[in-house]
Write a protein that binds this ligand. Structure first.
Ligand SMILES: [Fe+2]
Length: 296
């Protein structure tokens, strides 16, 4: 459990809204169901007004959509979410449907206004940038500036255009905090090798004074899809609470805003390869089910 205040501007706009952030559930064979149930139990125990989940609901297949539906539907608060790269690899349409059946609102490059705890909150949700499905332009079209806002994006680097659109805090995931954080291995693997500016925890500023400034939070996630191992304090499975409406610094937090790493924008060739992988996997699924990709 980690607990942080929201952005300073939220304290002017809201009395108090408790948002639990979960990410990278990866419901599947690499993540024991006991872990999933514990995460939901911890979440419900916080009595949140809202639960935000930032993608990677599954591992590599659609085999676990029913358990996913049962896990998400056991959350005792409204759920709003966005998809991650694994959801696109496994089949975005089917994952979205399972989440909707579980009562979650899935945001796909769009924003919505929800009323929780008697207060309105505008939530901007980006689709997954790793597989080239994110469009911040679509997501912020018609965004209201008179409402408190919160952003959701699987990939943390997408927070930056949202800050320019006036979203002061963005929640994200994807990195699993590196999973192996002993001897700062995660900074090497996620930062230098994978090219992420934001590896784990809070970055930027919650005291934004102009457009273009803001904060992003990278959750360590609940599950795993490739390697079930998590070693080191910073790699621990995580349920994060954001107390929107509380001033940053008004209570003890796990750490202050960190400086980002250098990061590296993926080359157009790499972006193409990542997007092509989604199409390849979709074709393979269609072949196996004896159906053309467009016949479902
Ligand atoms: Fe993930």
């Amino acid at each position: 459990m980690r607990r942080f205040a929201g952005a300073a501007v939220h304290a002017q706009q809201l009395s108090h809204l408790r948002v639990v952030h979960l990410t990278d559930l990866h419901v599947g064979r690499m993540t024991p169901m006991k872990v999933q149930r514990t995460a939901i139990e911890l979440t419900n125990r916080q009595e949140p007004h809202l639960v935000a989940i930032t993608g990677d609901f599954v591992g590599h297949t659609q085999r676990y959509l029913e358990p996913l539906q049962s896990i998400v539907s056991s959350i005792a608060a409204p759920v709003v979410c966005v998809l991650g790269n694994h959801d696109h690899w496994a089949g975005a349409g089917e994952v979205r449907e399972a989440l909707r059946r579980a009562g979650a609102e899935v945001l796909t490059n769009q924003h919505t206004v929800i009323t929780v705890g008697g207060q309105r909150l505008q939530i901007v949700g980006l689709d997954d940038a790793y597989t080239s499905n994110a469009s911040w332009r679509d997501a912020v079209r018609g965004l209201r500036h008179d409402l408190p806002s919160l952003g959701l994006s699987h990939i943390a680097e997408e927070a930056e255009p949202l800050w320019h659109a006036g979203v002061p805090l963005v929640l994200s995931g994807h990195t699993h905090a590196g999973q192996l954080t002993i001897a700062r291995l995660h900074e090497m693997a996620i930062g230098r090798l994978a090219g992420h500016k934001y590896v784990h925890g809070l970055y930027g500023t919650r005291q934004a004074t102009r457009l273009g400034q803001g904060a992003v939070y990278v959750g360590a996630g609940v599950g795993a899809a490739v390697m079930p191992l998590r070693l080191g304090e910073r790699s621990r499975r995580e349920v994060t609470v954001f107390e929107l409406g509380r001033e940053p610094g008004s209570f003890d937090e796990p750490h202050a805003e960190q400086d980002p790493g250098k990061g590296r924008v993926p080359s157009p060739r790499r972006q193409y390869r990542r997007a092509a992988a989604v199409v390849r996997k979709e074709r393979r699924r269609a072949r196996r089910s004896g159906c053309r990709p467009d016949c479902a």
